[in-house]
Design a protein around this ligand. Structure first.
Ligand SMILES: [Ca+2]
Length: 468
């Protein structure tokens, strides 16, 4: 170290001491002043190692999970980005006639600075990234908001359209916004991924954290990543981590769909189910996308640590809904099955002991949970319930059931032991989640389950009525 380096190091150390002294003089140790909300997009819980996956590599999410509470039974209320995200941000169920101030508006009223970078409310992907636009963001939610602009499907590299046999390095003619856009993957050339939306979002989040630390006032920062939402674009090395020939894909069982009402079925993959190699490549690309997103999560969390903000910040990591990657031959989202409605949720906060919980919670519960953690009032008439008691005691239960609302008609109700779905007049499903966690046998007509079915119907009706 030369003299100038030593001087810089000394100034840096003194600044950190000064900052620590200021905040501890103002607030008791461990007081939560800030919220860092990190959202992924279309992330199925089951691919994360903290949720049992043995293939995917997510060292940063794993370490966040070790420092916080992992919710094994967290459920989304909307089955796609657009209903789920605003529902979470207002703590109001999708399709409800009620409304509420967004969490950002509410926190601003209590003197907090609120900032967003990337996708927190709905943004169509890749459209909004291609033109750097706001999508269906709610401006009033934020003191400041930032979008990124990137080439997405048009990123230089090897493009594959997995439901056709198109493989090319040509950029022109790729399907970014068309009907086959969800089957596009790109092994992008830029080695560090710095040309990709999620990398740019993390870079901006780092900048915002530095500004917030400097400002010294409480903040809510929403960091919205878009991966693993399609198109799955990430540097080639993330594909190489998961050789396609080694990918284990869900079985396609003859007759599996016979007991699922038409209204309850997911998208069939437009030819993908007949292409085994393509299905393995979807898993390869999805895992790669998750690892790339994880790396960006790590960059943001490292900065939070470096700025010594961890002791005053509650970190929430989640997504808008899960995803089908060929289970029952279904792809993507928009249906009520477990793969779609279950979401990863990790909360790491000062004063909260690390652990796991199997208590049922809903994404609408995040808003009142954040206000309680911040020791601020919660607006009246939110649909959500604070799950702070679960953070303090993982065995505590705030809900008996979790509700999800179907985009068209009806909805689903998850309890610890069963999962019930009703599509208006167009059918029902009931699964024994203890014996049949992968939902292969709809027992709605089985006499043995008649009592459970009646109870489920009653509970569902009551919950739907209170979700209006
Ligand atoms: Ca989504």
């Amino acid at each position: 170290m030369n003299t100038s380096q030593m001087t810089k190091a000394l100034i840096c150390a003194l600044t950190l001491v000064a900052t620590a002294t200021t905040s501890s003089a103002d607030e008791p140790a461990g007081k939560i002043r800030n919220i860092l909300l990190i959202m992924s997009d279309d992330l199925k819980a089951s691919v994360l190692p903290p949720y049992g996956d043995a293939v995917c590599r997510t060292p940063n999410i794993d370490s966040l999970a070790k420092s916080g509470i992992v919710f094994e039974r967290a459920y989304c209320q909307g089955l796609a980005c657009s209903p789920s995200r605003p529902s979470m941000m207002r703590s109001i169920y999708p399709k409800s006639k009620k409304t509420a101030p967004t969490i950002g508006e509410h926190l601003q009223q209590h003197g907090m600075h609120t900032a967003r970078v990337g996708k927190i409310f709905h943004m169509p992907v890749p459209h909004a990234q291609l033109d750097g636009s706001h999508g269906k963001d709610v401006a009033q939610c934020w003191t400041e908001r930032h979008n990124t602009k990137s080439a997405e499907t048009f990123s230089p590299g090897l493009y594959r359209l997995l439901n056709s046999n198109i493989v090319t390095r040509d950029v022109e003619g790729r399907d970014a916004k068309g009907p086959n856009r969800m089957w596009a993957t790109v092994e992008s050339d830029k080695v560090d991924g710095s040309d990709q939306a999620d990398y740019m979002v993390a870079t901006k989040a780092i900048e915002l954290l530095r500004e917030r630390q400097e400002a010294g006032a409480p903040f809510f920062l929403g960091v919205g990543f878009v991966r693993p939402h399609f198109p799955m674009v990430q540097p080639k090395k993330y594909f190489n981590m998961y050789p396609q020939e080694k990918m284990k894909i869900p079985p396609l069982i003859p007759g599996d769909l016979d007991d699922i009402p038409l209204a309850g079925r997911g998208a069939d993959g437009k030819g993908l189910n007949e292409k085994e190699e393509s299905r393995r490549r979807m898993w390869q690309a999805y895992y790669g996308s998750v690892s790339f997103m994880d790396e960006q999560v790590g960059r943001v969390l490292d900065e939070l640590d470096r700025l010594a903000l961890r002791d005053s910040t509650a970190i929430v990591f989640t997504t808008d809904h899960g995803y089908h990657l060929g289970e029952h031959g279904f792809w993507q989202k928009g249906n009520l099955h477990e793969e779609v409605v279950r979401v990863p949720l990790i909360v790491s906060a000062p004063g909260i002991k690390p652990g796991r919980t199997s208590s049922l919670v809903e994404l609408v519960d995040l808003y009142p949970t954040c206000t309680e953690l911040l020791d601020l009032p919660t607006p009246k008439d939110l649909h959500g319930k604070s799950f702070v008691p679960v953070l303090r005691d993982p065995k505590f239960k705030v809900r008996e059931t979790a509700l999800s609302i179907h985009n068209r008609a009806g909805g689903g109700l998850r309890s610890t032991e069963w999962h019930y779905m009703k599509y208006g007049e167009n059918g029902e499903e009931l699964y024994d989640m203890v014996k049949d966690p992968d939902q292969y046998t709809n027992v709605v007509s089985a006499p043995k389950y008649a009592v459970i079915l009646e109870r489920a119907r009653t509970q569902f009706k009551a919950r739907m009525a209170s979700a209006r």
